[in-house]
Write a protein that binds this ligand. Structure first.
Ligand code: 3PG
Length: 305
């Protein structure tokens, strides 16, 4: 079988080596398409492959149509909003993700962004501390749970709301469960977003919701830029000079947010999961899932059933 690793944002070299070894040991062949810049390169590369490993690469209907032999796509990561999963399903192509494999990397970055913002972006001026502050997690999946673990080490009080995770599960993890997302924004000093981009969540982080944050509130986004209603957040930040926003996903309106000096920071490229360890774990898991599928039809992590 031919397995294409198509990563516009490449894996660390160590991860590529591990993926290649895993796939080749199972008797399959690896084709690498890294740092591609044109969609035509992807369309060309998918023509004769049986499986694909991708990151946030956009796997749209035309890519699926060009991939005549494709049986399975594994997204080495959590979010699969970049893949047309429904169209893949219609074509009988299995789509899987590798949940949890890069969660710690994203969680560590959340705390990194938080230290950076409360210490005035390391500009030498006096800042504040995270200890004792209330941190709200919007969604309690793999990333949210890891953020909770690390934040507790900082002495933060952690709260969470997750529409799909019962309150008792949140409480069992030593985190305060709140009944809805409004309560999370009302009760916490900082809210960190860990929701996927779905029709329900897109644009859901709006003026009304963020305005519930108390004075000096901080919004952290390492989820997806689509979940934020950017025009409304811009309007709110213009009205409330106490609010801060930090993210590793550059908003479309980055230049406008950048005008809020000392209250906004974005990494130039999405980098939550951009560590050697996360690449290795997610990439290797993807390779193993592909091997398992070809060996015995295992589809344990399928997301388009
Ligand atoms: C994910 O959904 O797994 C993260 O957002 C990481 O995405 P990336 O592989 O594009 O960095």
């Amino acid at each position: 079988m031919k397995v294409l690793v198509a990563t516009e944002k490449p894996f660390a070299a160590k991860a590529v080596k591990a993926i290649t070894k895993e796939i080749e040991n199972a008797g399959h062949q690896v084709v690498l398409l890294e740092k591609y810049t044109e969609k035509s390169q992807l369309l060309d590369a998918v023509k004769d492959v049986n499986a694909m490993i991708v990151r946030s690469d956009k796997i749209t209907a035309d890519v699926l149509d060009a991939a005549h032999q494709l049986k399975i796509i594994v997204r080495a990561g959590a979010g699969y909003d970049s893949i047309d999963t429904e169209y893949a399903k219609k074509k009988g192509i299995i789509v899987e993700n590798t949940p949890g494999q890069n969660a710690n990397a994203v969680a560590e970055l959340v705390l990194g962004l938080l230290v950076y913002v409360v210490r005035a972006f390391y500009n030498g001026k006096s800042g504040s501390e995270l200890m004792g502050k209330k941190l709200g997690l919007l969604a309690f999946g793999n990333v949210g749970r890891n953020v909770a673990r690390i934040a507790k080490g900082f002495g933060m009080e952690v709260y969470a709301f997750d529409a799909f995770c019962p309150a008792h599960v949140i409480e069992e993890a030593g985190v305060h469960a709140v009944p809805n997302q409004r309560a999370l924004f009302e009760q916490c000093d900082i809210v960190s977003l860990h929701i996927p981009a779905t029709p329900e969540t897109k644009q859901s982080i709006n003026f009304e919701l963020v305005n519930l944050l108390p004075k000096g509130g901080i919004l952290v986004n390492t989820a997806r830029k689509e979940v934020i209603n950017e025009p409304e957040l811009l309007k709110l930040m213009a009205e409330r000079e106490d609010l801060k926003f930090v993210t590793d996903i550059q908003p479309d309106a980055d230049a406008e947010f950048a005008k809020f000096e000392g209250r906004y920071f974005s990494t130039p490229k999405k980098m939550g999961a951009q560590t050697a360890e996360a690449n290795f774990n997610a990439g290797l898991a993807a390779a193993k899932q592909i091997n398992a599928y070809f060996a015995d039809g295992c589809t344990k992590f399928q997301v388009n059933k």
